[in-house]
Design a protein around this ligand. Structure first.
Ligand SMILES: Cc1ncc(C[n+]2csc(CCOP(=O)(O)OP(=O)(O)O)c2C)c(N)n1
Length: 367
């Protein structure tokens, strides 16, 4: 498999938005990412998604938000990260979690109702999912302020300068929190990259009712660069996000990257998208499948056949682990939510906890 040469940026950038300026400080040329690695991560991400949908259908999960079609946007963006960077996801970033080294079994707990989190955010430098639209962007901005106060921006020391990558959906741009986060990031020149996966639907609300201009153009009004890329082209997303993160680490402030893509499955397994969109639209996007596009750019022949066989085997292993791991997820301790509310529990919470535990105990079936 030939190494793809390092991209200098702008590959697949869509011709809508003025380009962002280059990094304020020169940085070392980025390491090329092996296209085979990108394909593998996208294929495994898709398999995690498909398997989780099957688990939901079998009653093992209450709900699953599918990412079908958004693999390139997520895997491309995640590969732009340095280990020391921090990620703030929504609830659909399964591909980012995979690249960040999170065991996919840990993604399932939230949707099985056994945990409110699932993994250690510090260990993986990726916060847990949030279901509240836009909330994570204020957390991201707060975290970026912390990075500045720690002096970890613009030092030029590799491994020290850090940035935040915060994910949002197109529906999120209508939220107050999102706009507050943009204002604050701009006002303080914070090291944060906002990555909007514009999958064109906020459940049943089409993008046209959210905005009269493309997402990326909104950045202009806040005073930082906005870049729109083909979100189904993994290399385009990687290049744009890498450039934006490098600028952020170097002290060049925030960027909004819009990855234009499409969610080909319903919003979640509880949604019926046949009620609000056409199969023809879905077909048009299926023809621009991110995995197929990534393969198109690679060499054909024995190398490709070997890669596909290897990836397929790995997908099978991940899927088997997911099935077994899901059923083995531990039942939550009913006292846990009380234990994590305050550093010290209050008398009122103590009373509520006792009442709650007595109620849970009353539900237990005695032989
Ligand atoms: C503050 C808030 N308002 C409303 C909702 C209900 N809700 C859940 S998902 C969603 C649509 C989100 O769309 P988008 O931001 O485009 O993300 P996507 O699901 O398409 O990835 C809404 C309105 C919510 N979870 N939080």
């Amino acid at each position: 498999m030939p190494e793809r040469s390092a991209h200098s940026g702008h590959h697949g950038v869509m011709p809508v938005i003025a380009d962002a300026p280059g990094p304020d400080h020169p940085t070392a040329p980025p390491e090329p990412v092996d296209p085979a690695r990108l394909y593998r991560d996208m294929a495994i991400t898709r398999r995690i998604d498909t398997e989780a949908i099957a688990l939901q259908r079998q009653g093992e999960l209450g709900l699953w938000p599918s990412l079908l079609g958004q693999e390139a946007a997520q895997v491309g963006a995640a590969h732009a990260l340095q280990p020391q960077d921090m990620v703030f996801p929504t609830y659909r970033e399964h591909g980012v979690a995979w690249v960040r080294g999170i065991d996919p079994v840990e993604l399932l707990g939230l949707f099985r109702g056994t945990t409110l989190g699932g993994w250690d955010p510090q260990q993986h430098r990726m916060n847990t999912y949030t279901l509240v639209i836009g909330a994570q962007l204020l957390h991201a901005v707060g975290y970026a302020m912390g990075i500045v106060r720690d002096g970890d921006v613009g030092t030029g020391e590799p491994g020290r300068d850090r940035a935040v990558l915060a994910f949002l959906g197109d529906g999120s741009i209508s939220e107050g929190e999102t706009n507050e986060a943009f204002v604050w990031a701009a006002a303080q020149d914070l090291p944060v990259v906002f990555l909007c996966q514009n999958n064109q639907w906020a459940i049943s609300a089409p993008f046209s009712v959210q905005s009269r201009v493309p997402v990326a153009r909104r950045a202009d009004g806040f005073g930082f660069p906005g870049i729109r890329v083909d979100g189904n082209d993994v290399h385009a997303v990687l290049d744009a996000t890498r450039e934006a993160l490098e600028r952020a680490r170097a002290g060049g402030g925030p960027t909004l990257v819009e990855a234009l893509t499409y969610r080909r499955n319903p919003h979640t397994t509880s949604d019926d998208d046949g009620r609000y969109r056409s199969g023809a639209e879905n077909d048009r996007w299926a023809a621009r499948d991110p995995l197929a596009l990534a393969l198109d750019g690679m060499e054909t022949g024995d190398g490709r056949a070997a890669l596909l066989a290897e990836v397929e085997q790995e997908c099978e292993q991940v899927a088997a682990r997911l099935r077994a791991g899901c059923r083995a997820l531990p039942e939550p301790d009913p006292a846990a939510p009380f234990d994590h509310t305050f550093a010290e529990i209050t008398p009122e919470l103590e009373r509520q906890r006792a009442e709650h535990l007595a109620f849970v105990a009353s539900l237990e079936v005695t032989p």
